[in-house]
Design a protein around this ligand. Structure first.
Ligand code: FAD
Length: 409
């Protein structure tokens, strides 16, 4: 946001950000959106689109890194909104690796970031992926129930990982997997750490690939870890820091960071921005349809019933964006989410996307219910935002705890 330096307040994007937004939008409009229906039907990672994005530098570690350090904090939300305006499934394929990279950046050492993050992106003609694997069949919302075990082998200075991960975006097809595992299961989330599984490591394989309701261009699968051995340096943050942290927790002190939680906290405003992109696409499309579809001798948008729906949709999209921007700005300023502002943005944006895309179908009538128009796909896609990266209920739980100070359950 401009203007902060002189004590003023502005929501206007700076020139660099505005230019970057327009550049991403152009790609979303010219490449992503026209490809969306095809990859939704194919239910496969859209490799040609990733490669095109890599060619222009949009799918690259450099680009995402620049946006993550962008001083206003709005780089990531602006990029994600535009990509997901193009298409959520392809959008998630384009940003899935950055979510995995964040899990290393958030708690990793500079050496780990330098060694592994480039391998999650590759380059033009040789695109690579990253995957972040936290969820398990019996540990979704309840991250503390993770059963995947990491055991340190002192003799070989290696970690051995065993367990089953599920719902992993890019799981099994990624070059680098970041896996959350219990080092000391008796400590719940505080006894967990993230581990980098390098490309081609024996024992890691893909289980079931899921056939989904929406975001079908994004690959989601189980990841099986059967005697996976990784070098000592692959524990995110380093072994010394992990041992210190575990010792502190065992003595009854506070845990410094909790692997999965820290990743989710950092990524929520970005996920909110994705949802804003989908909702905005639907609100725009429905407004255009309402201007041109004539019934009873006038555009349907001239009926208050329809125009009021569009009014609600547009107001909701803007409100969601403002919450996402606020949280992203706070995170960049290093301000703690004292009232769970990150969760607020994800909750409101996710539910807005579901509602607004449903309203868009209503405005398109029968057409909205067919695959000849994109709004039915957007509605299917939108639902994920109330589920992943913490369901809406879990966001309410976090906000409820933050604002009451009580152990809300
Ligand atoms: C397409 C897709 C991609 C995903 N990508 C990834 C990924 O890349 N990496 C990864 O690790 N995970 C990923 N996930 C997993 C996702 O984060 C989980 O699905 C989510 O956290 C919910 O867990 P669950 O599905 O086990 O549902 P559950 O935890 O079983 O929840 C089921 C229902 O119970 C409710 N509920 C549970 N506990 C409570 C409570 N205490 N209070 C109130 N309500 C509660 C939930 O809100 C939900 O409505 C992905 C999921 C999907 C569908």
């Amino acid at each position: 946001m401009d203007g902060a330096a002189d004590g003023g307040f502005s929501l206007e994007l700076g020139r660099d950000l505005a230019e970057m937004r327009d550049w991403v939008h152009e790609f979303a409009a010219a490449v992503i959106r026209p490809a969306a229906a095809e990859w939704d039907e194919r239910e496969q990672t859209p490799w040609p689109v990733l490669d095109q994005a890599a060619t222009i530098g949009l799918y690259s570690l450099d680009f995402y890194a620049q946006q993550y350090v962008e001083p206003s904090g709005l780089g990531i939300p602006v990029v994600f909104e535009e990509l997901f305006w193009g298409d959520a499934g392809i959008g998630l394929s384009l940003v899935g690796s950055s979510l995995a990279a964040v899990s290393v950046v958030a708690s990793g050492t500079p050496e780990q970031v330098a060694e592994w993050c480039p391998q999650m992106f590759g380059g033009p003609g040789d695109v690579k992926l990253g995957a972040f694997c936290s969820s398990e069949p019996d540990a979704g919302s309840d991250v503390g129930a993770i059963r995947t075990r990491a055991v340190y082998d002192r003799g070989r200075r290696e970690w051995e990982l065993n367990g089953v991960k599920t719902w992993a975006t890019n799981g099994g097809i990624a070059n680098v997997h970041v896996v959350v595992a219990a080092v000391d299961p008796s400590l719940g989330t505080r006894g967990q750490a993230s581990f980098i599984v390098p490309p081609g490591t024996a024992g890691l394989s893909m289980g079931q690939k899921f056939r989904k309701h929406g975001i079908r261009a994004s690959h989601t699968a189980e990841v099986i870890l059967d005697g996976v051995r990784v070098p000592e340096r692959c524990v995110v943050g380093g072994r010394d820091r992990l041992e210190e942290r575990l010792a502190r927790v065992r003595e009854g002190g506070r845990a410094g960071d909790q692997a999965a939680m820290k990743t989710f906290e950092a990524s929520r405003p970005g996920v909110a921005a994705m949802a804003v992109g989908v909702a905005r696409a639907a609100a725009e499309y429905a407004a255009e349809y309402a201007r041109t579809r004539v019934q009873f001798g006038r555009p349907i948008g001239q009926n208050q019933a329809v125009a009021f729906m569009l009014a609600d949709m547009n107001a909701a999209v803007d409100a969601a964006r403002l919450l996402a921007w606020r949280a992203a700005w706070m995170a960049r300023q290093g301000r703690p989410f004292a009232r769970a502002e990150g969760s607020m943005s994800k909750l409101v944006a996710g539910e807005t996307a579901v509602r607004v895309t449903e309203q868009a179908i209503q405005i398109l009538g029968g057409n909205g219910y067919t695959r000849d128009y994109p709004v039915e796909r957007w509605h299917r896609d939108a639902k994920i935002f109330a589920i992943f990266e913490g369901t809406s209920e879990i966001q309410r739980l976090i906000i409820g705890r933050a604002v009451t100070g009580l152990d809300v359950r």
